[in-house]
Ligand binder design. Structure first.
Ligand SMILES: Cc1cc2nc3c(=O)[nH]c(=O)nc-3n(C[C@H](O)[C@H](O)[C@H](O)COP(=O)(O)OP(=O)(O)OC[C@H]3O[C@@H](n4cnc5c(N)ncnc54)[C@H](O)[C@@H]3O)c2cc1C
Length: 476
């Protein structure tokens, strides 16, 4: 695929449109836009220019220019992605939505909010909570943006009870790859009006359109929460408990599983204590209810189920500060392990198979002599295996000899295992740059061809985020 470089004439047009301060060409300043969370470790590609439009009209003009001149254009939100999705591998423009950061409206009557695509989640949660409302999805990094979480169909711990981002998007404004602006859906709960372009755009990773604004569904907030921390002697016991909780008609807000070794590393990193020092594996269960009696009954029922399944202890935190402390340790495991991590995988498998899958990953990990802790969302089958290049021994990270050669083979085998377990390559992070090689292993040829046809129809010049999900050379 041949793309054009940004000529001085194209550059001048961009500057005339946005003003010099909203166009970056200085290499040092462009570093932040050359990678995301995954690629920070290994995949860095510089754009020729970073552009920062202020409104949808400017986005549309930039996309029209890119399409006309065959210049690649890559949308970027918070850059917290974990698969190289916003990395400009063919150069061209990185279009950062950081200046489109207004929460336009919180509509209490319709229980909807309208926000520009560049609004970071943290800002969005504050705006919603200030109106006494609740936005249930909670992907782990609050510097992710509204546009980014829609483009990746992000999930997070609360997906067990409330579902992923897709379940909350009611309308979007999108700039198509030709530069046309379209508004899809609206403040509607139901909509059966032809093919759902809304759901086509959600999860399309910036390859089919640039989302500039979104209308999102809100909920009344839960009145009260309880957080349970439950240690087990084995990961198997911990994970086998989860279906029993669900079969007892209890749908917790979150059920996370995590191994003791990862917790200890995080405790040391944060200088904070997890409430249970014993056990090899832990469940963290968050329950919500509208009344205290109801919450206590739920907590007692979950405790009893855990005890029936060999729990070593059950700690119930009702106090907000204790709950925050537990959640912080769970949320910061990634940060504590990051520098010793090669990759965080995102396979999703039928939830009844989690224990068997984790055991099989453990066997592989031992065969390769590389530590692969698996933790994540225990009740929705989304297992985040971490491929580590080092292990924390006696207070220091010790590099695993030969990890560079072992990593690609181990990675491939774990994905093959995911396929054997009837899973999918990504549950919430997306495909981006680094997982597209696995697409043919998980999706059949007919599906892949339909996807490529859709891409070619909407983006005939393949200028929008090329090289993500597919290679441009696979152009139909
Ligand atoms: C510590 C940590 C914890 C995380 N926890 C979770 C988790 O629990 N669940 C989860 O799902 N993810 C999680 N993630 C991954 C990440 O936060 C999500 O993938 C998030 O959705 C990315 O949003 P972003 O704004 O940072 O997007 P970016 O990384 O900037 O971009 C991601 C993709 O979206 C596209 N894109 C961005 N904005 C737009 C737009 N306006 N229009 C069209 N395309 C766009 C980009 O081109 C790219 O393909 C975590 C990441 C970290 C670092």
């Amino acid at each position: 695929m041949q793309f054009s470089k940004i000529s001085s004439e194209i550059f001048q047009k961009i500057q005339n449109l946005l003003g010099a301060t909203n166009v970056i060409v200085d290499k040092e300043k462009m570093y932040d836009y050359s990678h995301d969370e995954f690629a920070a470790l290994s995949h860095t590609y510089f754009p020729e220019v970073v552009v920062k439009p202020k409104n949808t009209g400017e986005v549309s003009e930039l996309v029209k220019l890119a399409n006309r001149e065959h210049v690649p254009i890559t949308p970027r939100g918070g850059g917290t992605g974990l698969c190289g999705g916003c990395v400009p591998i063919f150069g061209g423009m990185v279009l950062s939505l950081e200046r489109m950061n207004r929460v336009v409206e919180v509509d209490r009557q319709n229980l909807m909010a309208v926000a520009e695509a560049g609004v970071p989640l943290e800002q969005f949660y504050h705006a919603i909570e200030a109106e006494g409302l609740f936005f249930p999805p909670h992907p782990g990094d609050e510097s992710a943006t509204i546009g980014g979480v829609i483009a990746t169909n992000a999930g997070g711990a609360r997906a067990v009870k409330y579902g992923v981002i897709r379940n909350f998007v009611r309308g979007i404004e999108v700039v198509l790859p030709t530069g046309e602006i379209t508004r899809i859906g609206g403040k509607l709960i139901k909509n059966s009006s032809g093919y759902s372009l809304l759901h086509l755009m959600i999860g399309s990773e910036g390859t089919l359109g640039i989302i500039t604004e979104a209308t999102l569904n809100l909920y009344p907030p839960p009145e009260m929460l309880a957080t349970l921390v439950v240690p087990f002697a084995t990961l198997h016991d911990a994970i086998e408990t989860v279906p029993a909780i669900l079969q007892n008609k209890i749908i917790p807000m979150a059920v996370e599983f995590v191994d003791q070794e990862s917790l200890q590393i995080t405790e040391e990193h944060l200088h904070k204590k997890w409430p249970c020092p014993n056990g090899k594996a832990h469940l963290m269960v968050i329950l919500d209810a509208s009344q205290e009696d109801e919450l206590m009954q739920l907590a007692e029922k979950v405790s009893a189920i855990c005890e029936e399944h060999n729990a070593l202890d059950v700690v119930i935190a009702m106090d907000k500060q204790k709950q925050r402390n537990i959640l912080e340790i769970r949320s910061k495991i990634y940060e504590a392990m990051r520098n010793a991590m090669v990759e965080i995988l995102d396979l999703t498998i039928p939830r009844a198979s989690i224990a068997a899958f984790v055991n099989a990953v453990d066997d592989l990990s031992q065969r390769y002599g590389m530590w692969c802790p698996t933790y994540g969302h225990a009740a929705d089958g989304n297992v985040h295996t971490h491929i580590m290049k080092a292990r924390f021994v006696q207070g220091a990270w010790q590099i695993t000899p030969g990890w560079e050669e072992k990593y690609p083979k181990l990675r491939k085998e774990i994905h093959e295992l995911g396929h054997e377990f009837h899973g999918m390559v990504s549950g919430e992070h997306g495909i981006g740059l680094v997982k597209k090689e696995y697409m043919p292993g998980f999706l059949d040829a007919a599906q892949l061809q339909v996807m490529r046809n859709i891409k070619a129809t909407l983006d005939p010049n393949w200028v929008l985020n090329p090289g993500k999900i597919f290679d441009p050379k696979e152009k139909v």
